[in-house]
Design a binder for this molecule. Structure first.
Ligand SMILES: [Zn+2]
Length: 237
């Protein structure tokens, strides 16, 4: 069936593209190859993966390249190490262009997805800017759709076997989207206004440094307070 590729807008055969990165799912699979999804209502259900016909083969290959690189950073294959300093996790020597394009490719896929699971990810007119950046392989400036990564722990336990619905929220008056994958929450700055400076230091920097946060995510989320607590800590509220 010929359809229009959502990224290049050319008509052709589309592939069943995953919305959330593949490498998310691998550690999430149990022995029966299922992973657990926690919905907004707290219901748990099993799902093989979230897929949709979005991309032509050429665009799929482009995004796969970014994802392969990001997965290799995240699992240490390329020698990256996660250094913990109190509640911060620091990763250095990241290829800014590749990793940033990976981050925004996930946001874009979630935004264009028609699946119920991603219904809260909506970028309005900014979606076209994001598409143009991806199409051109342009990672933009750190603050363009900058992303704060929160490495999740549940009372010290890894929660990578659990993912949650994406959420839309405001942080320091800015529109943000939170997407969970790879055992982390990825908070994207999606506002027209420039991000506040306290937020900017957590975005991937051009020198390849990513300062992430380490949080007991399910606990924080149960109180729906993670953004508020972070904001308070940074005197944003
Ligand atoms: Zn395409």
């Amino acid at each position: 069936m010929r359809q229009t590729c959502q990224l290049c807008k050319v008509q052709g055969e589309l592939l069943q593209s995953h919305i959330l990165p593949e490498f998310v799912y691998r550690p999430l699979y149990d022995e029966k190859h299922r992973f657990t999804v926690v919905t907004e209502e707290g219901n748990r259900f099993q799902q093989k993966g979230l897929r949709e016909r979005l991309l032509c083969i050429s665009c799929e290959r482009q995004l796969s390249r970014y994802e392969k690189y990001a997965s290799e950073v995240m699992n240490g294959t390329l020698g990256h190490r996660f250094r913990q300093e109190q509640d911060k996790i620091i990763i250095e020597n990241i290829d800014y262009e590749c990793f940033k394009l990976f981050e925004i490719s996930v946001l874009w896929r979630a935004a264009v997805s028609r699946q119920e699971f991603f219904k809260l990810v909506s970028l309005g007119p900014r979606e076209e800017k994001l598409r143009a950046m991806l199409r051109a392989g342009d990672p933009g400036q750190p603050e363009d759709f900058g992303c704060v990564v929160i490495f999740a722990h549940d009372r010290g336990q890894d929660i990578s076997d659990t993912i949650f619905n994406p959420e839309s929220f405001r942080w320091a008056g800015r529109q943000m989207h939170k997407i969970y994958f790879a055992g982390a929450a990825w908070l994207f700055h999606c506002d027209q206004q420039a991000p506040v400076s306290h937020l900017k230091k957590f975005f991937l920097q051009r020198n390849g440094t990513l300062v992430g946060l380490c949080e007991e995510l399910t606990h924080a989320r149960a109180n729906f307070s993670i953004a508020k607590r972070l904001a308070r800590r940074n005197r944003l509220l």
